[in-house]
Write a protein of this length. Sequence first.
Length: 358
Amino acid sequence: MFREFGIPARIEKVSNSDRILELRAEYSNKRNCYISVYAFSNQNEGKTDYDSAVLNTLWFDFDENKDVSKTLKDIRKLYDRYCKPLGIIPRIFYTGGRGFQLNIDFPLEGLNVGKHIKRKMLRDYLLHLQSKYSLHTLDKQCINNSVSAMRRMPYTPYLDKKTLEPNGRYCIPISIDDMENLTMEEIEEMSTKKDAFNLDPYEWQPSLDASKDFLFFICDQLGITYTPTNSISYLLNEINDTEDLVLGATNHLALYRLSPRECVLNMIEKCIRKGHSGHTENNVIATELIHAGWSDDNIASTFKFIYDEDGGDYGWYTNNDEAGYQIRNLRAKGINRYSKNRLIELKICKPTCACAPR
Ligand SMILES: [Zn+2]
């Protein structure tokens, strides 16, 4: 078992905590220090096998260049809407710079999700939570990197990325109480003092409900039926039994899921930033997500995320946050997602893009 240490380039695989502390001592005042979010159990010829990541946490990285208090707003939103109702106690860190990191922990030994779907499901689940809870400052890299993500190392100073000068603040843990009650300025101030390193660790605990929510999401993606009382090991067995089907029979309808293409995700990202999208773009988004196996209501929440207003008469979502007729109509007609050629014509994709032709 090992983690990757980076400055931020990955420079060493570390398999014990003493070595991690040594590296931190060696580099923390010279470079920004990073550590892989996940530990890995396997490497091939010196290369990390990222699919061997032990999935014992969900990691969220919130980042905002101009107004860092927006990231505080987002972690509060994620806490209020997702963590609190499920009784999840997250681990929260202020990075010392432009944002926050938040961990929701699964059981320590990790969820044994098969290698054939681990990376994709983690990515899709984060994407799903991002749009469901309108997390505007959730960093796209943290979603896309999935199992290979690197995080700023707690208890290290934040250095300017160009000059490598310290800004006087450290990456520190924040209690739920402080996250809810302090202002951004107070948190920044707190991070300049090393005594902020001492946060009582007992309040952090793995969440079975978060684990189940993740597994239910995977079941939905794979067309597996389940009930809320199913155990984690039962769900994992059902999920991992799909390996042959997912890898073999690509025509099996329930399992024929296509990952959303990078260029389309970028376009969605752009629409979210603009707070607007055109009708053709909406068709591209809806068909892409239908074919990725998203439910109509989850697709609707992506549109709600873009427009950030009541459903009105647009037909993409209703005032009750359900899918509008446009989505249901595309689904009912079985419209394919847009071909690469068509995406290129629409200037959403480029010939150099690595996405699949269909
Ligand atoms: Zn493309």
